[in-house]
Design a protein around this ligand. Structure first.
Ligand code: FMN
Length: 190
């Protein structure tokens, strides 16, 4: 895939096969986080990695999936959970935190994964206090965002956004459809 094809198809996935993420792909994902651009080169991000099924299951319990899908149907079933979960942490002892730093790191990590066929779901809705307890984090490490990874067990397709309806949906096969604006609706040329 060329980079635009990767970006076009790098969607959110919420159900996964149980094939493990290969170690070399995990290392690519972490390298993407390590090398990410960051304001003043402050490098305040840290990464907690869970690969054991019981740890991933525990983290999944502390997260909320697919708010737009009714009846919790977007939550991965036990046999479709991610096989890797990375929690992006900020070291608060380093001054000048930026959500942009996290966004750039997360985008790089999910793109590096998808280039190797590993899908992801960025998780903003997680129980931060319980997750911090579970991870046994020291005071200075604050949870920012989680990312679930694994080989996708469904498809996800971008569709045109109609009548302002931005909510994604899921069909009877569990495949997702994600409405996005067309370029001419969001770009202003001078
Ligand atoms: C900052 C951020 C937080 C998100 N948090 C969650 C979440 O807590 N649970 C979830 O299921 N999806 C979450 N998502 C995934 C979004 O719902 C998804 O990106 C959006 O619906 C668009 O779909 P796409 O990623 O396929 O373009 C999050 C995405 C981002 C960028």
């Amino acid at each position: 895939m060329d980079i635009m094809e990767i970006l076009r198809t790098r969607r959110t996935f919420r159900a996964f096969t149980q094939e493990a993420v290969p170690k070399e792909v995990l290392m690519d994902i972490l390298e993407a986080g390590r090398l990410a651009n960051c304001g003043a080169n402050r490098q305040s991000l840290r990464f907690a990695v869970a690969e054991k099924p019981e740890d991933v299951a525990k983290l999944c319990e502390l997260t909320k999936w697919a708010a737009a899908i009714p009846n919790g149907a977007g939550t991965p079933a036990p046999d479709q959970r991610p096989t890797l979960f990375i929690v992006v942490l900020q070291d608060t002892s380093i001054p000048g935190h930026s959500d942009i730093d996290v966004g750039i790191a997360v985008a790089g990590m999910t793109t590096a994964a998808w280039a190797k066929g590993i899908g992801s779901c960025i998780i903003g809705t997680l129980h931060r206090e319980k997750t911090a307890q579970f991870l046994g984090l020291p005071e200075n490490l604050q949870i920012h965002t989680g990312i679930a990874f694994g080989y996708p067990a469904h498809r996800s397709t971008v569709v045109p956004l109609k009548d302002g309806q931005k909510s994604y949906w899921r069909d009877e096969n569990g495949d997702y459809y994600v409405p996005k604006y067309e370029l001419e609706e969001i770009v202003h040329y001078l």
